[in-house]
Design a protein around this ligand. Structure first.
Ligand code: ZN
Length: 122
């Protein structure tokens, strides 16, 4: 992939990273702020706890995505971005636009999913 395209993907990844980090911050502020609130109704309290668990799960997923984005930026730095780590072929730019953190091409991904599916049915 040429350098201009790589830099475009770098910007895209940085944008996503910032979006995620500011979202995570908001979630943390929301959580610590709600600690001060009083929930006299036990039903409210229960649903509040569920919200908290939901937030923690979301945060976990975001953390994993942040790691993936950082890895993708590293691959841009060492010029291995956009190359399938399984077969070594170029990943199509269309696929990279839709999923910029991906590390394998559509053919390998499809194969992987087929294998997962067949494992699941046994
Ligand atoms: Zn591949």
């Amino acid at each position: 992939m040429d350098k201009t395209r790589l830099e475009q993907f770098r910007l895209l990844l940085h944008g996503k990273l910032e979006e995620l980090l500011s979202g995570a911050e908001k979630a943390v502020i929301g959580m610590s702020g709600s600690k001060e609130e009083n929930f006299p109704d036990p039903t409210d309290r229960a649903s509040h706890e569920t919200d908290r668990n939901f937030l923690l799960r979301v945060k976990d997923r975001e953390r994993r995505l942040i790691t993936k984005i950082n890895e993708a930026i590293k691959r841009i730095d060492d010029n291995s971005y956009g190359i399938c780590e399984l077969c070594g072929e170029d990943i199509s730019e269309k696929r990279l636009m839709a999923r910029p953190v991906t590390t394998c091409c559509i053919a390998c991904k499809t194969e992987e999913e087929e294998q997962e599916k067949s494992r699941g049915t046994v």
